[in-house]
Design a protein around this ligand. Structure first.
Ligand code: FNR
Length: 191
């Protein structure tokens, strides 16, 4: 099973990107994970889109399509998701064949604060209702007081958080398998 991680932070020292790097080490057996780079995606402009999707957007769309499941790690900015993440989602979501449709997705977030990006994640869930992303309901992963859980190199050293991430990744893999089995069964009924 192949996972694509998307971080909503462009910071080199980002806790959210660090959480995704931790996820890559906690995958179910046989799993692989790559991290998307959204730093080169321009601000959305319909006139740019009419001239063709920028290469950075095309690449993200291809990575999303190729992945069995997405793991999106979002900071919380002013009680919502950062503009860079919403901008990347907006670009990737444009027709034809928007790649979030039916895609299994797990959300997580990390913050130095105390509420674990919950408000940001619930806004992101709402966005994926429209895009028909298949959001994993539980476990929710809301990493509070992040500086106490990651070291200066961005390594996760909190075992409870690592266990929680491992559980979430296993649940996401199961969720993806369930959705794929359902789609295969429906295809079989038609033949
Ligand atoms: C923040 N931060 C923040 N934290 C939080 O828990 N709730 C919030 O509403 C906000 N609002 C907010 C707005 C803006 C503009 C910034 C720049 C920051 C703090 C934020 O959680 C912190 O900067 C994290 O470290 C960002 O995530 P990364 O970059 O470490 O992944």
């Amino acid at each position: 099973m192949h996972f694509l991680g998307i971080s909503g932070s462009l910071r080199r020292q980002s806790f959210n990107t660090a959480a995704l790097r931790a996820c890559a080490k906690l995958l179910p057996a046989g799993g692989t994970m790559e991290l998307a780079d959204i730093s080169g995606i321009p601000l959305y402009n319909e006139e740019i889109r009419e001239q063709g999707l920028p290469a950075s957007v095309q690449k993200l769309r291809e990575q999303i399509t190729a992945a069995d499941a997405l793991v999106i790690a979002t900071p919380e900015y002013n009680y919502s998701m950062p503009g860079v993440l919403k901008n990347a989602i907006d670009w990737a979501s444009r027709p034809p064949s928007q790649p979030f449709d039916g895609k299994p997705i797990a959300l997580l977030g990390a913050t130095p604060g105390g509420l674990g990006t919950s408000r940001s994640q619930y806004h992101l869930r709402q966005v994926f209702v429209y895009l028909n992303g298949q959001i994993l309901n539980k476990p929710e992963v809301m990493i509070s007081t992040a500086p106490t859980k990651f070291d200066a190199q961005g390594e996760l050293h909190d075992t409870a958080t690592a266990d929680h991430l491992r559980t979430m990744l296993t649940a996401l893999a199961d969720w993806s398998s369930l959705l794929t089995a359902g789609a295969s069964a429906r295809a079989g009924e038609k033949t």
